[in-house]
Design a binder for this molecule. Sequence first.
Ligand code: AMP
Ligand code: MG
Length: 495
Amino acid sequence: MHVFPGLALARSAQGYSRLGPDFLTELSPEPVPGPHWVAHSEPCADLLGLAADWRSPEALALLSGNGGGAGNGIGWASVYSGHQFGVWAGQLGDGRALHIGEIENKGQRFELQLKGAGRTPYSRMGDGRAVLRSSIREFLCSEAMAALGIPTTRALCITGSSLRVRREDVETGAIVTRVAPSFLRFGHFEHFAHHGLLPQLQQLFEHVLDQHAPECRDAAVPAAALLERISRQTASLMADWQAVGFMHGVMNTDNMSMLGLTLDYGPFGFMDGFDPGHVCNHSDHQGRYAYARQPNVAFWNLHALAQALIPLVPGAPETASEPLLAALESYREAFPAEMLGRLRAKLGLVSSLPQDRELADDWLKLMAAHHTDYTIAWRRLGSFDSSAGASNEAMRDLFVDREAFDAWAQRYRARLQAEASSDVERRKRMTAVNPAVVLRNHLAEGAIRLAREGDFTEIERLLKVLQRPFDEPVLASDAGFPPDWAAQLEVSCSS
Ligand code: AMP
Ligand code: MG
């Protein structure tokens, strides 16, 4: 156990590490030269209940993988497998993430993980490191998603180092301290099922039921209840992503959280000009993880999880898949309902009418046809003047074919009148769900370029803005159109 001023880490008897050597390997992080603080998140520190003085020299050493203090930083890396780009990839695991312990606050337990802390037995060809660039992106996006109200792993801080890390170019290494109740992935279950390690699969299942889904125990078929639970959580998460225009970029089953959290930020992106076919990851040549495909990919991934759960269903193997298939159906029912709920809220509607789906779909089609900026168009729609004859110039300006906008606006106006909507009240509702600021690539890039020169002030400034995404930012450009150079930014799996 580490006891530092303000940062006390323990290894809980209920945590994943109790499962033992079939599930993880114990090891220490590899120390780095020149450790220093790059950024930290106050809301995440509050979530953990850390004292104001938590950023001590000992904490810096611990969170850069340089140990220090009691316990000497012994951590563990877990083994998992998974499907990558639709193909079975075999054994993977925490190749560059090391669990260093847990913190309990207000009855909730959180695991802390150092991403980029050095090689593990699961590193395969990798160096176990993460570069400053990708660490800044993961840190900012984790905290931005949380502020948008979207389930996600959190990020406490980034520590930098002078370690040279080779990617396309030589960059410097950094470590993100990630925080979550659990980093369990679909791939953890797939691992034990695929390798026929049934006692371990059962043990993992019991652990998840105990720690994360106790209500599933009482169900007729607990494995099906767990699958239904995660199907519904994933449906809600996909609706959240689609609603804010978030693209994960690498929705492999090893990046899918068993708790329905957004997990493993790599080549993610937020939609600029609306294109449902947009692929944010330049390594994804087939466009498997295009924006519009995400909800179906999630369903595919849930199928892979269901396969892994078959041995956990009591009874004859021929009939074991039946309750699981039934549980999967809950996704098909939940996702459209969740999505329609998000779209209604984004349109500022309070009642439900049968034509809402078509109204929302036609709005999305209109934006797609004009490549309208997704975030700005939704945000401006909040200021839509529904009085007869209002011209709504600020909205019309977003569309080349103004008559096409007018035709849709006429229907929107009629729909608002049907529920006697007040523009003032509707605007308040819409401002609270349609963010002004999302972490567009060019915003992250601005912070990265300065950080490479040793100036971390833009990370801090941007973090503050992203922590209040529904407020109009002081700097109008944070909520503005992306600059022309943003189109040239390429984000790939290299991180
Ligand atoms: P990702 O695409 O980042 O989700 O990673 C897929 C797998 O590759 C996981 O098992 C990671 O731990 C591993 N991995 C990715 N990058 C590295 C690296 N630089 N060193 C070691 N393992 C890595
Ligand atoms: Mg991953």
